[in-house]
Ligand binder design. Structure first.
Ligand SMILES: Cc1cc2nc3c(=O)[nH]c(=O)nc-3n(C[C@H](O)[C@H](O)[C@H](O)COP(=O)(O)O)c2cc1C
Length: 189
């Protein structure tokens, strides 16, 4: 696949087949994730790959996170209860993904969380997954609501959870959102 085809073809997938994903495939996707640029080449990122019973434990936390967003969603999608129902289901199931990947940022020397480097590596991950026929979606609602509970569940300390990425074979073909115009400013041309 051409790089441009991969970049333009990747979509956020929120419905997955239950089919297992071979560990070798996940490893090669994660290996490509680690080829992203990183601040001062620190490569200070960490990925936690979860399936099985621990994923079910995570989903309990995720399901409980929905309540925190409910009032806001009810206001935003007043006449669209189906959208709210769909979001609730996604918090409860992560779209049925057989795998979830937690993406953690390390710290820069000045103490800041290096959210930038991990974000670049997650983009690599999502593109590599797409090339391997897999679907992904960056999710962070659950992080905002339940970061501590998630870290406690997986015994992670001293790192910043940036997003949770469900991974699996897609059971939907999401529509391609059009691109916004006018986002480039040319100076000196
Ligand atoms: C910083 C960031 C946060 C996001 N958070 C969520 C989220 O919590 N839940 C979700 O379903 N999608 C989330 N997304 C996915 C976006 O909704 C998605 O990328 C966007 O709608 C464009 O669709 P596409 O990825 O198919 O191009 C997030 C994406 C980014 C970059």
């Amino acid at each position: 696949m051409e790089l441009s085809e991969t970049i333009k073809g990747r979509r956020s997938v929120r419905k997955f087949k239950p089919d297992a994903v071979n560990r070798n495939v996940i490893e090669s996707v994660l290996e490509l994730a680690t080829w992203a640029p990183s601040a001062m080449n620190r490569q200070d990122w960490q990925f936690v790959v979860v399936q099985g019973l621990m994923k079910e434990e995570f989903l309990k936390i995720s399901a409980s996170a929905f309540d925190q967003f409910k009032p806001m969603l009810e206001k935003t999608f007043k006449d669209k209860p189906k959208i709210i129902e769909g979001m609730k289901l996604f918090f409860e199931t992560c779209g049925g993904a057989p795998i979830i990947i937690l993406a953690y940022a390390g710290k820069l020397p000045n103490g800041q969380d290096d959210v930038w480097s991990i974000s670049l590596s997650v983009q690599n991950l999502m593109l590599a997954a797409y090339e391997a026929g897999l679907g992904t979606v960056w999710t962070d609602g659950v992080v905002f609501a339940k970061e501590k509970e998630i870290n406690d569940l997986f015994g992670i300390q001293g790192k910043k959870l940036v997003c949770v990425i469900p991974l699996g074979y897609p059971a939907e073909e999401p529509r391609k959102p059009p691109r916004r115009e006018g986002v480039i400013q040319w100076i000196g041309f």
